[in-house]
Design a protein around this ligand. Sequence first.
Ligand SMILES: Nc1ncnc2c1ncn2[C@@H]1O[C@H](COP(=O)(O)OP(=O)(O)OP(=O)(O)O)[C@@H](O)[C@H]1O
Ligand SMILES: [Mg+2]
Length: 241
Amino acid sequence: MLEVKSLSVSYGAVAALMNVSVHVAPGEFVSLIGSNGAGKTTLLNSIMNIIGRSKGTVKFDGKDVSKANTPKIVSRGMAIVPEGRRVFANMTVRENLEMGGFTRPAGEVKANLQKMFEMFPVLEERQTQTAGMLSGGEQQMLAIGRALMTSPKLLLMDEPSMGLAPLVIKEVYEKLKVLASGGLTILLVEQNATMALKYAQRGYVLENGRIILQGKASELLGDNEVKRAYLGKEYNEKWER
Ligand SMILES: Nc1ncnc2c1ncn2[C@@H]1O[C@H](COP(=O)(O)OP(=O)(O)OP(=O)(O)O)[C@@H](O)[C@H]1O
Ligand SMILES: [Mg+2]
């Protein structure tokens, strides 16, 4: 479904991504983990062509979208839930969802709005409230709902657990699981390696702009290097007892 080949991105003289290749098969849930500044957001933004790239190709659904602009990529069936959620705080929950679907025909927006309300009952209850009034977890659900308003085949998720309590993080991931089992393909990037790899089938580890490990998510979770670098706290707890 998604094939990213040898992607390189720099910010001025600073190389943020070097020869990054990742792929996601239809129906797969893939997580890419990496610490602060590894290049995760850069990767997703570059796939969507929100930021430019110096080298590499992106194929989506069999077509080369390397040069397609962001609206075109969205219309092909890719959507992103940005880092920090970025809901429109002064607009109502319903308006946020409608904004997500603004490129779609009115009938589709109406139908998708109904689907989002079924998927996220809290959004229906809060539909007339401004988005800024929602809790962090509710805002994350809204950001996901807003992205789903374009009826995507592939959802790119940037750091869904950021700033959320563990229980709320679990709720968000459980929703993603439901969406994945409904056929949505997911590429997720996270610092929170434990959750990201628990819910994914396959994973990548990004370090300083390069992929340094890849494999089955369950294998990465058990990998000593991953444990040391990304699951640090729990690992220490296990061993220092
Ligand atoms: N607009 C920018 N201008 C210059 N450098 C940038 C810019 N955005 C990111 N960078 C740099 O590129 C590198 C990758 O940043 P990026 O935001 O992609 O990392 P990340 O893995 O998403 O980190 P985090 O986990 O903190 O979100 C970092 O060294 C960062 O400082
Ligand atoms: Mg980031």
